[in-house]
Design a protein around this ligand. Structure first.
Ligand SMILES: [Zn+2]
Length: 121
């Protein structure tokens, strides 16, 4: 049987445990992987899926990169600079691709835990 460490007490527990047999804390996240994946596919450039799963650092990085891309787009538009427009689009597109990949990883359970270490429902 596959085991993991309890996100609360650190004891080794079965991977499919809903409640830790040692500390009695809930180990199953109340966040749903399908909801997280859909958020990634729809609002991925804003990092919403990562905020939903308590991966706040990743969420802020994605949001920051998208904001940077949007600023480059705006600057490129105002300065009539094709290079800045292209760079802005590429930055935003890369953030979106990363969000879609994360969504797929949620659906395939490759990322099976939320930011607090609880197993995704
Ligand atoms: Zn525990």
């Amino acid at each position: 049987m596959k085991t993991v460490n309890c996100p609360h007490c650190g004891q080794e527990i079965p991977d499919n445990a809903i409640v830790c047999p040692n500390c009695k804390e809930r180990c199953l996240s109340n966040k749903n992987r399908i909801v997280a994946a859909c958020l990634g596919f729809i609002l991925g450039v804003l990092g919403i899926h990562n905020f939903y799963l308590s991966y706040t650092t990743r969420g802020w990085i994605e949001l920051g990169c998208s904001a940077l891309g949007a600023l480059l787009l705006l600057k490129g538009y105002l300065d009539k600079s094709t290079a800045l427009l292209v760079i802005g689009i590429v930055v935003i597109a890369l953030v979106y691709v990363a969000a879609v990949v994360q969504g797929i990883l949620f659906l395939t359970r490759t990322i099976g835990r939320d930011g607090k270490g609880k197993r995704l429902a």
